[in-house]
Design a protein around this ligand. Structure first.
Ligand SMILES: *Cc1c(COP(=O)(O)O)cnc(C)c1O
Length: 514
């Protein structure tokens, strides 16, 4: 059966999966959601024998029903190859004091916890979990363009809180028929994240610093998307926009895969028996990663609790506690910048679902959020949030988590994973259910914060790349190519603009001036 996609904000939009991927955001400003939830049709017991690529096919075919088997398999093959530094793509590391084990993967060391497992999602090209979806999105996008007879050049417009930018650049660099423009908050990303982006050599790429925070960048990009007049001028010049942000269903679907794969790995290790429940803890910003876990649960993976871990921008923690989403608060720059977000876009997909797939209600809440800065869901809707639970870590908690895990075991967490690890220890470990912590970035991406957490006095005066060498020395983990390769790279992208100038930057770049 074909799965069609609807907008979260109006009744009359209905498109195929490939069309949803091509457009990214629906015309009415809504997000695309599957009209019905497919069911996973492989027996759970078989998961333990399946490779990442095989698992990916079995999951993605359920959602991307207008892609042929050959098309999907060729996208998967192109995406999940030696770009990843381990052939199992997403290793699951057993967390136990004094040592760890990771089947088929030897260079992991110990982490603490009772029954926690770290699902390492940072073995791709840009060492953050964004690679899991952005390695395949360009393949899905170009296949979708062919399928739909698109002649225009596809201009990928992306707002980044630090990691999506480089992962999208790496995916789309020099891909024929596409170009990509990335906006990042100029003072809101880590030094390594910034260096990764501004040194991007791809000929079809542009990277722009914005004098604002991530929410400003994301809202700016959404406004450009929703500008019909601009879309007309774009089309006349042979361009059309799409999105590499997690609002694109082509990002969400590949993210479901690794939860299913993690379950298979737990079965293989004998840590779970078939059908037994696992919980997940996800360090959350835009609500994309945890929504993928929720979708995994909806298609039939035995997931119990979904713990949503926030940093000090804990708008989601407050929402799960009270039913009120209130973005009217100070935006805090933290050591986990990829979670510095007050408007979590993908929550709209959950709101739509718990509102009984009602686009009018959903549009109403989103209008309130834009107009009044907050909305409150009904009690009836709240009742359906039972499997979600919020938790958060302060800056101090996060640093303490990095330090104590390192001191006990020698394993170094990045600050995002540390937020989730802290929440796992605080709230999730009270139950005996096996818990998977989504481990979203390599510590090498955040060396300054990580080394400060371990010993502030010692490392405060050191340069960023000296810290990289020091991290290598104390952790024994090889310096990833993603970091080594930018050490001496030339800065190519120097453009900085005000929030109001974002559209003009795009117009200038594409030669669209009126
Ligand atoms: C993007 C990101 C997150 C947050 O993921 P969402 O899907 O936006 O909730 C967490 N950690 C890291 C390292 C990230 O790059």
């Amino acid at each position: 059966m074909d799965i069609m996609y609807r907008s979260t904000r109006s009744k009359d939009i209905r498109v195929t999966a490939s069309q949803a991927i091509l457009t990214g955001l629906s015309d009415d400003g809504g997000l695309f959601v599957p009209e019905s939830m497919p069911k996973f049709d492989v027996s759970l017991g078989r998961l333990k024998d399946m490779t990442y690529q095989e698992t990916a096919y079995e999951v993605m075919k359920l959602f991307l029903t207008d892609f042929t088997e050959d098309e999907l398999k060729s996208c998967i093959k192109g995406a999940y190859d030696s770009k990843f530094d381990t052939d199992i793509i997403a290793p699951l590391v057993k967390a136990a004091e004094g040592g760890t084990s990771a089947e088929g993967h030897s260079d992991n060391t110990g982490v603490q916890g009772e029954d926690a497992f770290y699902l390492e999602l940072f073995h791709g090209k840009t060492i953050a979990f964004k690679d899991m979806a952005l390695s395949i999105l360009p393949y899905l996008m170009t296949t979708a363009a062919k399928k739909n007879g698109v002649k225009n050049e596809i201009v990928i417009l992306t707002a980044t809180s630090g990691d999506t930018g480089k992962a999208a650049l790496a995916g789309f660099a020099d891909v024929p028929g596409t170009s990509i423009i990335v906006f990042y908050p100029k003072d809101g990303v880590s030094p390594i994240q910034k260096q990764q982006m501004v040194t991007e050599p791809g000929k079809n790429t542009m990277v722009v610093g914005v004098d604002g925070n991530f929410d400003d960048c994301q809202t700016g990009v959404k406004n450009i998307f929703n500008n019909k007049e601009l879309a007309g001028r774009m089309d006349a010049k042979g361009y059309q926009f799409s999105s590499a942000n997690s609002i694109n269903i082509g990002r969400l679907v590949p993210q479901i895969v690794y939860y299913v794969y993690a379950y298979g790995q737990l079965l293989m290790r004998g840590d779970l028996s078939e059908g037994e429940i696992m919980d997940v803890v996800v360090p959350t910003g835009n609500f994309g990663n945890i929504l993928a876990a929720y979708y995994a649960k909806l298609i039939g993976l035995p997931i119990g609790k979904l713990y949503c871990a926030s940093n000090e921008n804990k708008v989601l923690f407050d929402f799960f506690g009270s039913g009120t989403y209130d973005k009217k608060r100070e935006f805090i720059l933290t050591s986990s910048p990829s979670m510095d977000i007050l408007i979590s876009s993908n929550l709209e997909r959950l709101i739509y679902r718990i509102a009984g797939d009602d686009p009018e209600k959903t549009a109403g809440f989103m209008k309130q959020l834009t107009g009044e800065g907050e909305y409150t869901i009904t009690d009836e809707m709240r009742e359906q949030l039972g499997s979600f639970e919020g938790g958060f870590a302060t800056e101090e908690d996060t640093a303490e988590e990095i330090k104590s895990v390192y001191e006990k075991t020698g394993y170094v967490l990045d600050p995002h994973t540390a937020v989730a690890s802290y929440v796992c220890r605080k709230i999730a470990s009270a139950s005996s259910v096996k818990t998977v912590v989504a481990s979203t970035a390599s510590p090498y991406k955040f060396t300054r914060s990580v080394m400060d957490a371990i010993d502030k006095d010692k490392y405060a005066g050191m340069e960023d790349f000296d810290l990289v060498d020091e991290l290598n020395r104390i952790s024994g983990v090889k310096i990833p190519y993603a970091v080594e390769s930018i050490r001496n790279a030339d800065v190519i992208h120097k453009t900085v603009c005000a929030v109001e100038e974002m559209q003009k930057v795009v117009e200038d770049k594409l030669g669209l001036a009126k």
